[in-house]
Ligand binder design. Sequence first.
Ligand code: FMN
Length: 514
Amino acid sequence: PRIFVPNDATAVACGADRVARKLEAGLLARGITADITRNGSRGLFWLEPLIEVETERGRVGYGPVKPSDIEDLLHAGILHGADHPLCVGVVEEIPYLKKQTRLTFARIGIIDPLSLTDYKAHGGYRGLERAITLGPSATVEEVVESGLRGRGGAGFPTGIKWRTVAAAPADQRYIVCNADEGDSGTFADRLIMEADPFCLIEGMTIAGLAVGATKGYVYSRSEYPLAFVVMEKAIEKAREAGLLGDNILGSGLAFDMEMRMGAGAYVCGEETALLESLEGKRGLVRAKPPLPAHKGLFQKPTVINNLVSLATVPVILDKGGKYYRDFGMGRSRGTMPIQIAGNIKFGGLFETAFGIPLGELVYDIGGGTASGRPVKAVQAGGPLGAYLPTHQFDTPFDYEAFTAKDALIGHGGLVVFDDTADLADMARFAMEFCAHESCGKCTPCRIGSTRGVETLDKVIAGEKREQNLALLTDLCHTMKLGSLCALGGFTPYPVLSALNHFPEDFGVAPKLPA
Ligand code: FMN
C-alpha cells in the first residue's frame, strides 16, 4: 500500500522525520514492501505527525503519531486501515477538512510535492495550457473576471494590476512573488511552497505569459529554509520538463524564475521595500508614485503579488473566472485560506469562501482556546490588524465588513487570545514592533512608534493617564495619516482597538452602553 508521512516544516517540527524512519524500519523488519510517500501537511496541525494509509475506503489517518507508537500501529494492522486509538478515520471525512472549500489548497497534503506526475494527475498545468490557448489579454481578463484580490494584505484586484503592467511600455517586465509572510500566525505561503510548489510555479508562469514578463523572482523569508530548498528543486524539475525556459510546452513562449532569500525584516514584505531588497539594497520603503506596476524591479514594470494570489491563478484559469467568483460575498470573491493560530485548540489552515462569521472560525472550527479559558480577543490580519472582541464575532470574513470595523483581513491570519491576555501590553507591543521594524525613512513611523511606547508606558504606570491617552490618540492620528507605508499607517489599529474595546486593561473605566 501507499503510506503518507508529511515532511513540511510543521509536521517535521512535530517529529514526522523520526516517525517516518521508525515506520520504515518497522516495515523492513516485517519484510513488507510499502511505498512511503512524504506528502505535505493537510493543515490540520493538531494531528501532526499524521500518517495516512491508502485503503479501499480512502486514505485512513492516524495521528498525532509518536515514534514509540509505530510498533503498536503496525501490530494493529494499520496497513489495512485497521482501527486504533490514534485512528482518525478517512481523512477527507474529518469535519475540519470536509467543511472546507479547497481551491487554492486543493492538492495540499494529497500529493508528493516534488512529483510532477502527482501534480498533473490532480489538475496541474491545465490552467497554463488554457492560458496558452487563450493568449495574454484574455488570460488577464479571466483573472479580472474572477474577482481575485491580493491576498498579501491590501486586497487590490489582481487582474487590474496585471492589466496595468501589460499596458506599460517596456523592453522587460518582471513577476515578483511576495513570500516574505511576516504576519503573526500565518503560514499559507510556506505550506504552498513546501507542499505544492508546482502550483506557485504554474501561477507565476501564467502571470508571466499574461503580462509579457519573461523573468520571475520569489522573495522568501530566511525563516523558511525548507520551503526554499523544495522550491529550488521544483524549479529545476519544471525546467527539465520544459515547463520553464524558452519554449514552454512548445508554445514558443519564454518564462523562467529564481528564488531569493530575505534577511529577516518585517518591512521587507512591503512591496517597495521588497523590491529594494531584491535589488541588493537596504529594505527602505519607496515613495509612491511611481507604482511598481509602472516602475518596479530595476525600474521596469513589475507585477508584485502575494504567493497565495499567484497560486490561486492556476485554478482560475483551469475552471474559469466565473467559477471562482461564484464563491464568496460582496466584493470578496472566491476563497481565503484562513490560518487559525494563537491560543486555539484546533490550529490549522481552513480554506473557505468569504463570508463565514469570525466566531464560527474561532469556536466551531477552532474549538475555542487551547487553554480552555474564555476567548478574550482575536487579532486578525497580522501585527497591524485590529483586536476584535467577542461581541464582534458575528463579523463575516469579508474585506469590506472588516474595514467597517477598523479591522483587517490581511493575509488571513487569526491569532486567538484568552482572558489572561493584557490588551494594554499588546498595544504597547504593537508600538514596540513598529519601532523595531520601521525602515526609518519617514518620521511618523520612525519616531512616532518610539514615542508611542513611552506614552503607553506612562499610561500603564498610571502617570497622568488622561493626558497621556489624549496624546496617544493624537499620535495615532498622525501615524495613520502621515506615514509613508502601512507599517506606520496601520500600527494605530491594534493600539486603538485594544484601547477602545478593553479600556479596563488601560486602567480606564469601560464606557457604559448607551
Ligand atoms: N504582502 C505579502 O504578500 N507578504 C508580506 O509579508 C507582506 N508584508 C507587508 C509588510 C508591511 C509593513 C506592509 C505595509 C505590507 C506588506 N505586504 C505584504 C503587502 C505588500 O506591500 C503588497 O500589498 C502585496 O505584496 C501585494 O500583493 P497582493 O496584491 O497579491 O496582495
